[in-house]
Design a protein around this ligand. Structure first.
Ligand code: GLA
Length: 373
């Protein structure tokens, strides 16, 4: 299966942790459609850890969905999700147990892949906990990759080994379509800035077919939920998070409660122009052109367009700039750079330094192209 642009969807972990059931998930599926997420491009509803029992069926050796959460098995929910025009995702683990101590896929990779295919699974998040000491992570990811390819169904293979073992250097060859490159996110500024800053040297590891996954987005959680935090994110801080995930071409897997997230953050998460940058079909890596407190990233887009993201992580207003030389533009080229703020339409033009005012703890995403002077 070829996955040409970063997958988009929702995952239960950030908000619900262990506490979800079929009814909640049907409501989430409804919210995908009723609140405009599906129309904006989000189409994978993914169940994270805790959905199966601690043992396998003694006869079939298959995983067993938890009867307390899914009294009629998992199939009615899969049908409901598909009936809404969505795709259905589940979670497993390379280990004998998942991170939440439920049954994992170790040594049963082919059994599980076959069953996932049979019940209509479209996406598998494959975690990294509780594997035997002497087992080799790379080999275990290759196993599930092979099993899924052989299962007869198109399944997005989302590897989640938290960036261990130089994952970026081999995971594409194991058949994965996305790979988590860091530890788990929490809903605060430090957590997600640490995550994306750690990936700046690895920006070139993402490309069409297999994308570097910065983890599930916390925008709109506002401190609630399983990875909630007492340090609340401001609107500007959430804007930074979403713009970075778009700019870096990360999968956009939402973690807020789609039923109750405020309209303000729903609108940010569904912003067409930001999503268009994330889903750009050339899938080129972003590159850094600023340092320290003034973070500036640039990305070449299809049709000759260019995106520039200015992030002000300082406590004061900042006129941010970069030298066009750093993106390849010379004074003598005969061209100037013309950019428009994709969120408020403000236009900027320059052939030498372009100053863009950015409020504290906020960012601006500009898009444009070169024009003849
Ligand atoms: C790991 C993963 C998380 C989540 C939990 C579930 O920590 O990195 O994203 O899936 O396991 O237990």
């Amino acid at each position: 299966m070829i996955v040409r642009t970063p997958p988009m969807g929702f995952n239960t972990w950030n908000t619900f942790g262990e506490c979800y059931n079929e009814e909640v998930l049907r409501e989430i599926a409804d919210a995908f459609v009723d609140r405009g997420f599906l129309e904006a491009g989000y189409n994978y509803l993914i169940i994270d850890d805790h959905w199966v029992m601690e043992h396998r069926d003694p006869v079939t050796k298959r995983l067993i969905p938890r009867p307390g959460k899914f009294p009629n098995g998992i199939e009615p929910l899969v049908d409901y999700v598909h009936g809404k025009g969505l795709k259905f995702g589940v979670y497993s683990c390379v280990g004998a147990r998942t991170c939440g101590q439920k049954m994992g896929s170790f040594e049963y990779e082919f059994t599980d892949a076959e069953w996932f295919s049979e019940i209509g699974v479209d996406y598998l998040k494959h975690d990294f906990c509780l594997r035997p000491e002497k087992s080799d992570g790379e080999t275990l990811y290759r196993r599930m990759g092979l099993a899924l390819r052989d299962s007869g169904r198109d399944v997005v293979y989302a590897a989640c080994n938290w960036g261990m073992d130089d994952v970026w250097s081999w995971i594409r060859s194991a058949g994965a379509h996305t790979f988590r490159s860091t530890g788990d996110i929490s809903d605060n500024f430090k957590s997600f800035t640490d995550i994306f800053r750690s990936q700046v040297p690895k920006l070139g590891s993402t490309a069409s077919g297999c994308f570097n996954d910065l983890d599930m987005i916390t925008v709109g959680m506002e401190g609630e939920g399983n990875v909630g935090s007492s340090e609340l994110c401001s609107e500007g801080v959430y804007r930074i998070q979403f713009c970075v995930w778009c700019m870096f071409g990360s999968p956009l897997i939402l973690g807020c409660d789609l039923r109750t997230v405020s309209d303000k953050y729903r609108d940010l998460l569904c912003n067409r122009e930001l999503i268009r940058i994330n889903q750009d079909r050339e899938c080129r890596a972003a590159f850094p052109i600023g340092f320290d407190e003034s973070l500036v990233f640039c990305r070449l887009l299809e049709g000759g367009d260019i995106a520039v993201l200015y992030i002000n992580i300082s406590d004061g207003d900042c006129d941010m700039s970069f030298v066009p030389y750093d993106i390849g533009l010379t004074e003598e080229s005969g061209y100037k750079l013309c950019l428009t703020d994709v969120l408020n339409g403000e236009r900027f033009e320059a052939s030498d330094i372009m100053f863009v005012p950015v409020p504290p703890h906020d960012c601006r995403m500009l898009r444009g192209r070169l024009e003849k002077k």
